[in-house]
Design a binder for this molecule. Structure first.
Ligand SMILES: Cc1cc2nc3c(=O)[nH]c(=O)nc-3n(C[C@H](O)[C@H](O)[C@H](O)COP(=O)(O)O)c2cc1C
Length: 249
């Protein structure tokens, strides 16, 4: 339709990278483009920390569940919702910082918009990216590694680099558009079920094309989601974020 939409439609996560550094001007261009994302009331509640130290990278790769590409990616950015500067602004005006859960939510929204713009900017420069939510496996350990101040909430990382394989992997298909774009009111569960069953078939075809073993292929998207949501995950994140001042408790 146009080059921007074509670029967005060509997205796939990249998890293997060539040993080629990302020049500083590309990093700065991507972050600058990220900063131009919409932001709630211009609060700009985010930051990205470029993790340059090799030992720190190794530890983050380990605590993220042994994701080797966290260590080997030419660039690894840690994205945080960030209320630090607003706390400082309050201090400077002798005002008590008084917004907590809503500020956390605003930060989580703002940093997602920022990070997605950064991702698209990198992809437009020919890089591949992969978000890393695995960093939330052990936030206290990450905190101790990086000495993260109160009011700063690490949410995910991003690996960036030139894809190791010039042949791109197949695109991961998304839900039918009709199950995401609704008109007038929320669609009923029967309609949703029809979309999910159709998507299960599409997803199985995708897994087969990727060469997944048949027992994996048999488990379509719906079953995967039941597994994913049927078990409590990362139960200690709320306590960690509360301890940093998010007011979730
Ligand atoms: C917030 C977030 C966290 C993610 N965490 C990880 C991760 O820890 N490891 C990983 O390999 N991929 C991770 N991903 C990538 C997703 O698995 C991927 O985007 C999704 O399966 C869709 O595939 P695609 O990006 O190739 O289209 C994450 C994506 C997002 C948005």
């Amino acid at each position: 339709m146009n080059p921007t939409i074509d670029l967005l439609n060509a997205h796939r996560s990249v998890r293997a990278f060539a040993a080629k550094p990302v020049p500083t001007d590309h990093l700065r261009a991507a972050i600058g483009a990220g900063q131009m994302a919409s932001t709630s009331s211009a609060v700009q509640s985010y930051c990205a920390i470029n993790i340059t130290d090799a030992d720190t990278r190794r530890e983050i790769a380990e605590l993220s569940g042994g994701q080797a590409y966290v260590e080997s990616a030419p660039l690894f950015l840690l994205f945080c919702a960030d209320s630090r500067r607003h706390r400082i602004a309050c201090e400077e005006s002798n005002t008590a910082y008084n917004t907590r859960l809503e500020a956390f939510l605003v930060g989580a929204i703002d940093v997602a918009l920022f990070a997605q713009n950064v991702a698209v900017a990198f992809e437009s420069l020919g890089y591949g990216i992969c978000f890393i939510g695995g960093i939330r496996n052990d936030l206290p350990r990450l905190d101790a590694l990086l000495d993260i101040p109160d009011g700063v909430y690490p949410l995910y990382g991003m690996c960036v680099g030139t894809p190791a394989h010039p042949q791109p992997s197949p695109l991961r298909p998304r839900l039918p558009l009709e199950s995401v774009l609704m008109h007038g009111r929320y669609q009923n569960d029967d309609t949703m079920r029809e979309h999910l069953h159709a998507y299960d078939e599409t997803y199985r075809d995708y897994l087969r094309a990727r060469g997944e073993p048949e027992h994996q292929v048999a488990q379509a998207w719906t079953e995967r989601m039941a597994k994913y949501y049927g078990n409590p995950r990362r139960k200690d994140v709320a306590a960690y974020f509360a301890s940093k001042g998010a007011g979730l408790d």
